[in-house]
Write a protein that binds this ligand. Structure first.
Ligand code: 5GP
Length: 171
């Protein structure tokens, strides 16, 4: 499939730095737990954590939603859980893309049920117009209207994750 560059490495780095500064200021004096959602958020996650200037703890979750690769079915289950205790902690979920919102709504409710102090969502991409479940994206890298994106951790059938920039996939 053809692809065209959509967000450059420089633009990603600049935006990640801005989000990191905002999180560092909002959570000053605390030590939030950053929960990366595997695998798509991995590059964003590692870039973000290293730009945040306050101490953090890190952990990972993996959720699987059934359906075709371009459409989530809404049936979500956890295939990997976090290992750190989060009761009484501030948690920030770090996701690659919020599309329908079904995956993140499930993950957020799951974490909230563990007696956390707070849960916020940080997503590299927000596809605002396709939302089915209301989930607040507290920290958003880029808002995108349409199109299937790959690169910088984002895949299409496990391809393209390794690319350092974000590309728009063309049929
Ligand atoms: P939803 O919010 O619909 O439950 O699902 C979001 C998930 O769908 C994302 O975490 C991502 O895995 C996948 N997804 C949605 N849009 C795209 C896209 O444009 N590119 C890629 N690679 N994955 C996407």
């Amino acid at each position: 499939m053809k692809r065209e560059i959509f967000i450059s490495r420089g633009a990603i780095q600049k935006r990640v730095g801005e989000i990191a500064r905002q999180i560092s200021s909002d959570y000053a004096g605390t030590e939030p737990v950053l929960v990366g959602i595997l695998k798509g958020s991995i590059f964003f996650f590692t870039d973000l954590v290293r730009e945040i200037s306050i101490p953090t703890k890190i952990d990972f979750m993996r959720a699987c939603s059934y359906g075709s690769k371009m459409h989530s079915s809404g049936c979500v289950r956890l295939t990997k859980d976090i290992e750190l205790p989060v009761e009484g902690r501030h948690v920030i979920i770090v996701e690659d893309i919020v599309d329908t919102g079904l995956t993140l709504a499930f993950i957020k409710e799951n974490l909230e049920s563990r007696g956390v102090e707070s849960v916020r969502i940080c997503s590299l991409i927000d596809k605002l117009e396709r939302r089915e479940r209301e989930v607040p994206v507290d920290y958003c890298g880029f808002q995108v209207k349409e199109g299937f994106l790959v690169g910088y951790g984002l895949d299409c059938d496990e391809e393209y994750r390794y690319l350092p920039e974000i590309y728009l996939l063309k049929e």
